[in-house]
Design a protein around this ligand. Structure first.
Ligand code: GCW
Length: 723
C-alpha cells in the first residue's frame, strides 16, 4: 500500500470508528480519540515525536503516551533522555538533571503547579513539562493533552500554572450500604463489601479523572455518617483506596460522627472537653495515620439536621472543632467543620442561623480548622445570594462548598450546567474590605491572608457507566475541578474545553452546545424558582414542584415558610421590617438589598414580600412577570431540545439518544414545574394569566396529588406515602 492509500484507509477507519462505535460516556473528557483532520494530526505528530521521562514518573509518562497514541494515532517511543526534535521531556528537579539545568521559574509553581515550555536544547526543539512533585508533572501532562484535545497550538508554549486553592476536595455523600444521599448516578462507586481485598479498576479510573482536573482530596463517606464507618475494618478499606489514589495526588479524608466515642468507644459522653473523649479520638486518629500516613483529616457535620455535636454538651462549635484539631495536628491533618447548621427549635429565619452561630466565633478556632460554608445561606437552591459568612470571618479560613449533584436542579435528567452558578457566587462582591472583595478572593485567601484555602464539591458520581447519571452532568464534575484550581476561570471557557474534549471540536457543534449549557442554569431558575423564590420543591425527596408544602415536623422544611404567598402577595421579607437577614451583609450590600428598587430582580422575592400588583422594572405586575419567567424557562428547554435534535451527525448514536431522551424528560418536567407553581400561586392571587400564556394543563389538586415515594437519592418514604 502506498502512503496515500494508507492515509486514506486510516482516515476512513477513524471516521467510521467515530460514527459507529457506541459510546457510553465512561471515558469522560479523557477520550483521546484520533484527531480526524489529517494535516493537524501530522502537525502534532512532528511536535510530539517521543517521550523522555525518568522512571519515577511512570504514571505521568504512561498517561502522556496513552493520550498521544490515541490522539495522534501512533505510539510514541519512550526514552530517558531527550534525543530529537519533538521530544516531550517530563521531570522534576529531583529526577531530571536537564530540568535542574534549565531556568524554568519552578519555585513559583509550588508543590502542585507546573511549567510547560517549548525550547531548544542541544539543537533540538523540545517541550518540557516540569514540576516540583510527581503530581505536578501529571497535572502538567493533562494540561498538555488538553491543548491537543482542544486543538490549540503547542509550538511556542510558556505556561506557568499553580492552583489558587490548596484543598480541592470531592465530598461523597455515600453510605456504607452503597446508597448515595442525593445521588442520581446509581449506587456508590465504593464497593465496601469487597474492599480492601478487591480493588475495582474503577477506583483507578476515578483517581485519574480527578487528577486530570487537579482535584487532590476526596471524602468517600457521607456527612451523615454511620458510626461504624470509623471501625478498624472500614479503616482498612479506606487505606486500600488511599493506596490506589496516592499516585494521583488524591488524599483521603473521612467524615466523623461526633458521638462515635459513645457508639464505638462505649463512653458515656462525647463531650469535647472530657479527657476520656479526647483520648478516644487521639487513639482513633493514631490508628488512622498508622494505616493512611497522608490522611487529610475529618469533615464534620455537627448539630445540624439531627446530627450529634458539641452543643449536646453545651459546648460551642469551636470547642468541638478544636478538640479534633488538637489530636490531629501532630499528624498534619485538618478539620473541615461545616457551617451548615440550623436548629429545629430556632425561631430565627433559617437563612440567618449559620451566621449567627459562627460569626461570633471568628478567631476562636485552631490553625488547622477550616469552616466549610455552602455557597448560599439556605441550601444549594437554583439561585441564592452568596452566604453572608463570606466576608464576615477574617480570622477563620472559609472553604466554599458547592453541590455538584443536582438535588435541587432536576436530578440527573435535567441539563443544567452549574459553572455559571459557581461563577456567580465566586464573583459576588462581599465588600468586606471595600469594593472588589469577591467570594473568590475570600476563599483563595488573598483578601484576609488565610493560611489554608479550600473548595469542596458534593459529588455527583455513582456506579452508572457514564459516572454522573447523565452525559452533561460530567461537565459539572469537570467544572468543579477547574474552578477549584482557579476560581477566577470563566464558565464559558470551561464549557468550551469540556465540549471539545467530550464530543468534538467542530465549531458547528461546539458553539450551539456551549450556548445551550450557558443558558441552562437560568432556564432552571426560571421554571423552578424565578425572581428569588427558593425551596419550593416536593417534601423530603425534593423531586418535582411542591410550592404548597406546609405543616409537618418543621416549618423550615416547608415551601410556604419560604414563599409566604397569600391573597395579598408573595416573598420573604428579609429587610428590617422582616427577619432583617440583610444586616448580615456588609453595609453597601445591606443598603442595596434593603430597598426593593435596588435589589437585583433575580433576588427580589428572596429579600422582599411584595403585593401581586407590584410593578417590576418591565412595568408589568409581579404576577405577570412571574408567569412570564416560568414560561420562559420552559421555552428555553424546548429550544435546547430542538438545538440538540439538529446535532445528530456529530455524536455517536448512544450518547445522542440518551441526551435527546433526557431533554424530552426535562421539557416535560419544566412544564410540570411551571404549571404546578402557577396553579398554586394562582389559587392565592386569583389573577388571570397574562394574554397569550396557556393555563396549567391540570388543576391544582392533580399536582398536589402526585407522589414519588421511590424517587432516587433518598431512602424510600415510609409506607410509600408522600405525607
Ligand atoms: O441539602 C441538604 C440535603 C441533605 C444533606 C444536607 C447537608 C447530607 O437535603 O440530604 O445531608 O443538605 O448538606 O448536610
Amino acid at each position: 500500500m502506498n502512503s496515500v492509500s494508507r492515509r486514506l484507509l486510516f482516515a476512513l477507519l477513524a471516521m467510521t470508528a467515530a460514527q459507529v462505535r457506541a459510546e457510553d460516556g465512561y471515558e469522560l473528557w479523557l477520550r483521546y480519540h484520533a484527531i480526524a483532520n489529517e494535516s493537524l494530526r501530522e502537525h502534532y505528530q512532528q511536535a510530539a515525536t517521543e517521550i523522555a521521562a525518568p522512571s519515577t514518573l511512570a504514571l505521568a509518562q504512561s498517561e502522556l503516551s496513552r493520550g498521544l497514541s490515541g490522539l495522534l494515532g501512533r505510539p510514541e517511543p519512550i526514552t530517558i533522555q531527550s534525543t530529537r526534535n519533538g521530544s516531550i521531556v517530563l521531570g522534576t528537579p529531583r529526577s531530571s538533571p536537564l530540568i535542574t539545568q534549565l531556568d524554568l521559574s519552578l519555585p513559583k509553581a509550588g508543590n502542585e503547579g507546573y511549567v510547560i515550555r517549548s525550547l531548544t536544547h542541544e539543537g533540538h526543539r523540545i517541550t518540557v513539562i516540569a514540576a516540583n512533585s510527581d503530581a505536578g508533572v501529571l497535572y502538567g501532562v493533562f494540561h498538555f493533552l488538553r491543548l491537543i484535545q482542544t486543538q490549540q497550538p503547542i509550538d511556542a508554549l510558556d505556561i506557568h500554572e499553580a492552583p489558587r486553592i490548596q484543598h480541592r476536595i470531592l465530598n461523597h455523600w455515600d453510605n456504607l450500604d452503597r446508597s448515595v444521599e442525593r445521588g442520581y448516578a446509581g449506587q456508590s462507586i465504593f464497593d465496601w463489601q469487597k474492599l480492601p481485598d478487591y480493588l475495582d479498576p474503577r477506583y483507578t479510573d476515578y483517581a485519574r479523572a480527578c487528577a486530570s482536573l487537579g482535584i487532590n482530596g476526596t471524602v468517600p463517606t457521607n456527612v451523615n455518617p454511620s458510626p461504624i464507618g470509623l471501625t478498624a475494618p472500614y479503616l482498612r478499606k479506606y487505606a486500600a483506596l488511599a493506596n490506589v489514589f496516592r499516585p494521583y495526588g488524591l488524599r483521603v479524608y473521612l467524615t466523623a460522627r461526633f458521638s462515635a466515642p459513645i457508639e464505638m468507644g462505649g463512653l458515656k459522653t462525647a463531650d469535647p472537653l472530657d479527657p476520656a473523649v479526647r483520648a478516644w479520638w487521639k487513639a482513633k486518629v493514631d490508628e488512622i495515620y498508622a494505616l493512611i500516613p497522608d490522611f487529610g483529616g475529618f469533615l464534620v457535620k455537627a448539630n445540624s439536621e439531627g446530627q450529634p455535636g458539641p452543643q449536646d454538651y453545651h459546648r460551642t462549635h469551636a470547642d468541638g472543632a478544636n478538640m479534633l484539631a488538637d489530636v490531629i495536628a501532630p499528624h498534619g491533618g485538618i478539620i473541615l467543620w461545616r457551617a451548615f447548621v440550623y436548629s429545629k427549635d430556632e425561631p430565627q429565619d433559617r437563612a440567618k442561623q449559620a451566621y449567627s452561630e459562627f460569626a461570633p466565633l471568628d478567631g476562636q478556632f485552631r490553625d488547622n480548622v477550616v469552616l466549610q460554608v455552602k455557597n448560599g445561606p439556605i441550601d444549594f437552591q437554583p439561585r441564592e445570594p452568596f452566604h453572608p459568612l463570606f466576608g464576615a470571618m477574617p480570622h477563620t479560613p472559609l472553604v466554599l462548598e458547592v453541590q455538584i449533584t443536582k438535588e435541587y436542579l432536576g436530578f440527573a435528567t435535567h441539563l443544567v450546567y452549574l459553572a455559571p452558578l459557581f461563577e456567580e457566587t465566586l464573583r459576588s462582591d462581599t465588600y468586606a474590605r471595600g469594593k472588589g472583595s469577591t467570594v473568590a478572593r475570600v476563599i483563595d485567601g488573598s483578601l484576609f491572608g488565610y493560611h489554608t484555602t479550600g473548595m469542596a464539591g458534593v459529588s455527583n458520581i455513582g456506579a452508572d457507566r457514564n459516572w454522573t447519571g447523565s452525559q452533561f452532568d460530567q461537565a459539572n464534575w469537570y467544572a468543579f475541578g477547574r474552578m477549584a484550581w482557579n476560581p477566577l476561570s470563566s464558565s464559558r471557557q470551561i464549557a468550551q474545553d469540556w465540549v471539545k474534549m467530550t464530543f468534538t471540536n467542530e465549531p458547528a457543534f461546539v458553539e450551539p452546545v456551549v450556548d445551550m449549557m450557558m443558558g441552562s442554569r437560568e432556564a432552571a431558575v426560571n421554571y423552578m424558582t424565578p425572581m428569588g423564590l427558593h425551596h419550593q420543591m416536593a417534601r423530603t425527596t425534593h423531586y418535582g414542584p411542591g410550592p404548597w408544602v406546609s405543616g409537618g415536623s418543621r416549618a423550615d422544611w416547608t415551601s410556604t415558610y419560604y414563599n409566604r404567598a397569600d391573597a395579598w402577595g408573595i416573598g420573604f421579607d428579609r429587610t428590617a421590617s422582616g427577619s432583617n437577614a440583610v444586616e448580615q451583609y456588609a453595609k453597601p450590600i445591606a443598603a442595596e438589598l434593603a430597598s426593593t428598587k435596588s435589589t437585583p430582580e433575580q433576588l427580589l422575592l428572596w429579600f422582599h414580600h411584595l403585593p401581586w400588583d407590584y410593578r417590576t422594572k418591565s412595568g408589568r405586575t409581579l404576577w405577570d412577570e412571574l408567569v412570564i419567567h416560568y414560561s420562559a424557562g420552559v421555552q428555553t428547554v424546548s429550544g435546547m431540545r430542538r438545538t440538540w435534535a439538529g446535532l445528530q451527525s456529530y455524536v455517536d448514536p448512544q450518547r445522542f439518544n440518551e441526551i435527546s431522551a433526557f431533554l424530552t424528560i426535562q421539557e416535560k418536567e419544566a412544564q410540570w414545574w411551571r404549571d404546578a407553581s402557577i396553579a398554586y400561586f394562582q389559587s392565592l392571587s386569583k389573577r388571570p394569566l397574562p394574554a397569550g400564556y396557556a393555563p396549567p394543563g391540570h388543576d391544582l389538586k392533580y399536582y398536589e396529588s402526585l407522589c414519588f415515594p421511590y424517587a432516587p437519592g433518598h431512602a424510600p418514604l415510609p409506607d410509600a406515602k408522600c405525607e
